[in-house]
Design a protein around this ligand. Sequence first.
Ligand SMILES: NC(=O)c1ccc[n+]([C@@H]2O[C@H](COP(=O)([O-])OP(=O)(O)OC[C@H]3O[C@@H](n4cnc5c(N)ncnc54)[C@H](OP(=O)(O)O)[C@@H]3O)[C@@H](O)[C@H]2O)c1
Length: 299
Amino acid sequence: MIGILGAGALGRLWAALLPADQVGYLSRPEASLSGQDVDYIFESISGEEHPIHLSPITPETISVLLVTTKAGDTLTALQHRMPAIPLRTPIVLFQNGLGSQQSVAEAWPDRPILAASTTEGANRPTPERVIHAGLGKTWLGPMTPSGRQCVEDVLRVLKQTGLELHAEENILTRLWDKLIVNAGINPFTAILDCPNGDLLESAFFQKHIGALCREMALLVAAETDRDLSPEDLQERIRDVVIRTARNTSSMRADVLRGKPTEIDFINGYLVGLGKKLGIPTPVNQLLTEQVKQLSPHSE
Ligand SMILES: NC(=O)c1ccc[n+]([C@@H]2O[C@H](COP(=O)([O-])OP(=O)(O)OC[C@H]3O[C@@H](n4cnc5c(N)ncnc54)[C@H](OP(=O)(O)O)[C@@H]3O)[C@@H](O)[C@H]2O)c1
């Protein structure tokens, strides 16, 4: 069986598109032993509605696990479930940002751990409804040595959804690219409470984006082998702001719903990395602190 750990917006998207008889979800440990069946309406990218029924499964039966919890919940969620999951089961991490993937790989270095970077977009406007809001692409690559042997098998399983998937040997590079864009958009939209496109008119964004990109360019150069100029990073961020002008970022959405954000795994990750490498990151620090003040549940 294909298992979903974290049956939220993204987990329910994969669950809806995989063959119904091959997929189930892992309930929260505090739920009753068997958990409850989950029913929801799935709105496909073309607007069609499909009723989806998802049953709880036991960890012992899982042949591929898709982990779609938020970054801050991932390690704890896996710690509860990992002992009962077969040793050869690939564990696929879908979290945005960086830091949670490395923590999982360090905790279970002998297991096949993979990370995914996806531009699919899913949201859950009500508990019983999941919308596939944006068609994207997903890249999949290994986080541990034994993960490398599983990439093709996992791709075969996930391609049953009809979504576009690719192998990515250097998945950390892919995750870095997404982190840079998220770090340059998400906290600003959360602090300013605005859709992405409004950033270009914002004095606060204009004041800080150049220095933020200089911090990120130094971190990328020190942590990876890539030499990306601050101007290049700023251009990438600007491109995405323009292409997604009407969108609400996930961080703004989390703040609006009073939920914890993933700031610790985006700008907060960059602050931690800067401390480790001796690179000052005052703008990342400022953004992290301001977002944390907006989200009472953040640690
Ligand atoms: N949504 C997207 O389009 C999208 C796209 C790319 C990447 N991502 C990334 O994917 C991750 C998930 O995003 P999302 O939007 O799907 O978030 P979400 O809707 O909040 O889903 C997370 C789910 O995990 C569940 N959960 C938390 N702790 C758990 C545990 N210990 N055991 C079992 N389930 C647990 C939550 O349950 P409760 O509902 O009970 O809290 C929630 O249903 C994030 O890192 C996000 O950045 C999302």
